[in-house]
Design a protein around this ligand. Structure first.
Ligand SMILES: CC(C)(COP(=O)(O)OP(=O)(O)OC[C@H]1O[C@@H](n2cnc3c(N)ncnc32)[C@H](O)[C@@H]1O)[C@@H](O)C(=O)NCCC(=O)NCCS
Ligand SMILES: Nc1ncnc2c1ncn2[C@@H]1O[C@H](COP(=O)(O)OP(=O)(O)OP(=O)(O)O)[C@@H](O)[C@H]1O
Length: 201
């Protein structure tokens, strides 16, 4: 009897919407989580093709003592669309392969692929279900300014390179409202129970 594949659930949303916070709840419920942003950063520091690409595009000083100068790269790619496209064409296929390798080892009913740019990168097409995390833009900017100690401009520079919520919502199977007023845990539990029903039916 062939092993039933776990459900592939994409969790996406704009910067600071609350994806990572919500994925921690899914993890507690028993859903292994693959964080595309974190894995991308790991691969940016360890995959030879990516390291070579970043050095070719940003100069050898982009890595200092093996550590990427994130601010230098961010200031460039979020203000130069062509450069952002080149970087994404380099990084995303390698992250997608890495996710597929991780997924092949999973045995739980459902797994989560947390990716800020799930739609923008096209990776949503490989998902069985998609959850979009929604929060007002101004609140997201305030959260990221507080969390990362960056300027509002640095956050809006990223937001302008991401889909808007009204683009995500029509393509999403579930929506989680993660503004400060709505408790996210009950929303996560409700969606998880629906997904497990899907898997076991
Ligand atoms: C620009 C870099 C160096 C900034 O690193 P930093 O640690 O500050 O941010 P991190 O990678 O943790 O991303 C934080 C948030 O920035 C936003 N963001 C990151 N990359 C992108 C992108 N290509 N397009 C839009 N938003 C992005 C997302 O909301 C993400 O959650 C890094 O994000 C990068 O190299 N991005 C390009 C590769 C990529 O697309 N990574 C996304 C995951 S596949
Ligand atoms: N529902 C919520 N209510 C209040 N604060 C929240 C909520 N969800 C997340 N936060 C806070 O907002 C900040 C951003 O949350 P989180 O890191 O989960 O967002 P994210 O979507 O993963 O961000 P990024 O796209 O940068 O990875 C964090 O400091 C977190 O503690």
């Amino acid at each position: 009897m062939t092993k039933k594949q776990p459900l592939k659930i994409g969790v996406t949303g704009g910067i600071g919407s609350g994806k990572s916070t919500i994925c921690r709840i899914f993890e507690i419920l028993g859903c292994p989580v693959y964080s595309s942003d974190q894995q991308a950063m790991h691969l940016i520091h360890n995959h030879p093709d990516i390291i070579e690409g970043y050095i070719n595009l940003f100069g050898k000083d982009v890595y200092k003592d093996g550590i990427l100068n994130r601010k230098l790269v961010a200031d460039k790619i979020f203000n130069e669309k062509q450069l952002l496209i080149e970087i994404q064409n380099l990084v995303h296929p390698i992250v997608r392969n890495d996710f597929n390798r991780w997924f092949a080892q999973q045995t739980s009913p459902a797994v989560i692929n947390e990716a800020a740019i799930l739609f923008e990168s096209g990776s949503y097409k490989q998902m069985d279900k998609i959850i979009s995390v929604i929060a007002p833009e101004q609140l997201r900017i305030e959260r990221v300014v507080k969390r990362d100690r960056v300027t509002p401009k640095e956050v809006t520079n990223r937001i302008k390179n991401q889909w808007a919520d009204d683009q995500r919502i029509p393509l999403s199977d579930y929506i989680i409202y993660a503004d400060d007023q709505q408790l996210v845990t009950p929303q996560v539990i409700e969606i998880y129970e629906k997904m497990i029903e899907t898997f076991t039916s």
